[in-house]
Design a binder for this molecule. Structure first.
Ligand SMILES: *[C@@H]1O[C@H](CO)[C@@H](O)[C@H](O)[C@H]1NC(C)=O
Ligand SMILES: *[C@@H]1O[C@H](CO)[C@@H](O)[C@H](O)[C@H]1NC(C)=O
Ligand SMILES: *[C@@H]1O[C@H](CO)[C@@H](O)[C@H](O)[C@H]1NC(C)=O
Ligand SMILES: *[C@@H]1O[C@H](CO)[C@@H](O)[C@H](O)[C@H]1NC(C)=O
Ligand SMILES: *[C@@H]1O[C@H](CO)[C@@H](O)[C@H](O)[C@H]1NC(C)=O
Ligand SMILES: *[C@@H]1O[C@H](CO)[C@@H](O)[C@H](O)[C@H]1NC(C)=O
Ligand SMILES: *[C@@H]1O[C@H](CO)[C@@H](O)[C@H](O)[C@H]1NC(C)=O
Length: 465
């Protein structure tokens, strides 16, 4: 953002705050800050203010009965009991990120009858040990639960991990937790969770799922958004997402050893879902050889409901001939930033992308800081993968490579210009209609395939060939 824009936004924000919200100091020793919304509810921010949770909750009960949101992240709270938080029981959102909490006492949240969102991320809760962790401690009103960053750092190799059974939280819609090498339990078939994130978020997040088998996510029939980005995925089986009939958004980005070799399996699987957006960005390391997208990789996408796809940062250098012909009919948006496209026949086939409205391909051949090299896994070179496919949508037929410029409305300014010659010859456009001009002094107008001679053409209207 330009500095000027920044100042402008800042000014707008300040004005906005004055009109609709008020900011004040609050909480124990006025260490926190409170923002009152127009509806009268208060959001209290005590993040990293060295406060004690009991005192914060007492201050809420005494002075601020309308507090609905409390952020008490990064205060080294440790374990707490029901009495400590009793006076917070009416709040609807509680953020306890990064507080060294290792266990939850039974009944600790039992009186929280309005709570919708609870963030316990980046603590040391043993959520993958069914004996140690009882999800029954969570209030059943919850809609959003964040548990990522709780994977034990010093995990013993022998130990087995299970995803917690959260199905009794019948209103839960959004669940974010660490991703482990275990199938999600069958109890999730009845779960109301719509947005599931297993990605390694933040510095303490953890996600390691080397292979996705047909059983791994089998129970996620109700999930619409699945974020498994940055999960160290290397291979995905053909039926991996077949049972996810409600799936609309799949994020597979930042799995840097995945490559395009699994893309055919992903494409196959997505036929049986309601997929709208696939993020397949950064599935290679930042450095390494250029990559190629083959027809077999995306062929089954033809039979999906996909509307947008992202291939950013994949060092795509080549696209096989006819790949664009196989893209889904309803595809509207393609993100392809930070690649290294070279010349190839595919460049002449953009016309095959019938319904595509937007292609975002900025930043080709971008430079990267070499220091990243050390932080990334061994690079994958899968360019020699087989081109065979049983996919029935494969075609040698070519789409119509002609382009149209229709309904043109271009007003030339100044209108008293002196342009005399216009040459439209040998273009790929086979029709041109609308209005372009005026050119009061135009004498020669050349147009493919004939060179038309038009004397003193004042207005150019409808030049259909
Ligand atoms: C919680 O809400 C109830 C009902 O509105 C009210 O009676 C009670 O005083 C509130 N408790 C606290 C600690 O704010
Ligand atoms: C699981 O938790 C129980 C109870 O806290 C504990 O005894 C057990 O050692 C834990 N299991 C593992 C594998 O850490
Ligand atoms: C999961 O929890 C639900 C509700 O608490 C319970 O009915 C179900 O039996 C549990 N399933 C498993 C596999 O533990
Ligand atoms: C679920 O994810 C979608 C897509 O990212 C988002 O638009 C929606 O707001 C999320 N739902 C909730 C309840 O956060
Ligand atoms: C694709 O799916 C097949 C069948 O499920 C599996 O054997 C294979 O390992 C998967 N991955 C690749 C890269 O072919
Ligand atoms: C195309 O997708 C539909 C579901 O959307 C599926 O039932 C059908 O089997 C797919 N076609 C093929 C040939 O796999
Ligand atoms: C795709 O994923 C990358 C990496 O996680 C992210 O930066 C990008 O914004 C995503 N693309 C879209 C269109 O959401």
């Amino acid at each position: 953002m330009e500095l000027d824009d920044y100042m402008f936004v800042l000014a707008v924000l300040i004005v906005h705050v004055n009109i609709s919200m008020s900011l004040s100091r609050c909480g124990p020793e006025l260490k926190c800050s409170c923002v009152t919304s127009p509806s009268g509810t208060i959001a209290m921010d005590c993040k990293a203010r060295k406060v004690n949770i009991r005192q914060v909750c007492e201050s809420i009960a005494q002075i601020y009965p309308n507090v609905s949101d409390l952020n008490i992240a990064r205060n080294n709270i440790g374990n707490f009991n029901a009495e400590d938080v009793n006076n917070c029981r009416n709040i609807s959102s509680l953020n306890m990120n990064y507080n060294q909490i290792s266990s939850l006492h039974s009944g600790v949240f039992k009186d929280f009858q309005n709570i919708l969102a609870l963030d316990l991320s980046d603590n040391v809760l043993d959520i993958f040990n069914k004996t140690a962790f009882d999800p029954g401690f969570f209030p059943s009103t919850l809609r959003i639960l964040k548990l990522f960053g709780n994977f034990p750092e010093d995990n013993e190799i022998e130990r087995s991990f299970d995803y917690p059974n959260l199905t009794y939280l019948q209103k839960l819609e959004v669940l974010e937790m660490d991703g482990i090498e275990t199938d999600i339990g069958l109890e999730y078939e009845n779960s109301s969770v719509r947005n599931l994130t297993l990605s390694s978020k933040g510095p303490l997040g953890f996600c390691s799922i080397k292979e996705i088998f047909p059983t791994t996510f089998y129970s996620l029939v109700n999930v619409r958004v699945l974020d498994i980005s940055s999960c160290k995925i290397e291979n995905i089986y053909r039926d991996a997402f077949k049972n996810l009939v409600s799936l609309e958004i799949l994020d597979l980005s930042l799995n840097r050893r995945l490559g395009f070799s699994s893309l055919m399996n992903v494409s196959y699987s997505l036929q049986f879902t309601n997929i709208q957006f696939l993020n397949y960005s950064r599935v290679y390391t930042t450095f390494g050889v250029g990559t190629i997208i083959l027809n077999r990789d995306i062929c089954y996408l033809r039979n999906t409901s996909l509307k947008a796809i992202a291939f950013d940062g994949n060092k795509v250098q080549m696209v096989e001939k006819n790949t664009f012909v196989l893209f889904p009919k309803h595809l509207e948006t393609i993100y392809a930033q930070e690649n290294k496209f070279s010349f190839g026949l595919y460049l002449f086939q953009f016309g095959c992308l019938e319904n595509v409205l937007q292609i975002d391909a900025n930043n080709q051949n971008k430079m990267h800081a070499p220091i990243k090299y050390l932080a990334e896994p061994k690079s994958k070179d899968d360019n020699d993968r087989s081109r065979d496919s049983k996919c029935q949508y494969m075609t040698e037929e070519n789409c119509n490579m002609a382009y149209n410029i229709d309904n043109t409305q271009i007003n030339i300014n100044p209108s008293n210009n002196s342009l005399e010659v216009m040459d439209f010859s040998r273009n790929a456009y086979h029709s041109l209609s609308g209005k372009l001009g005026p050119f009061p002094n135009l004498k020669f107008f050349f147009y493919l395939p004939f060179s038309l001679f038009i004397h003193k053409l004042r207005h150019f209207v409808d030049g259909q060939s």
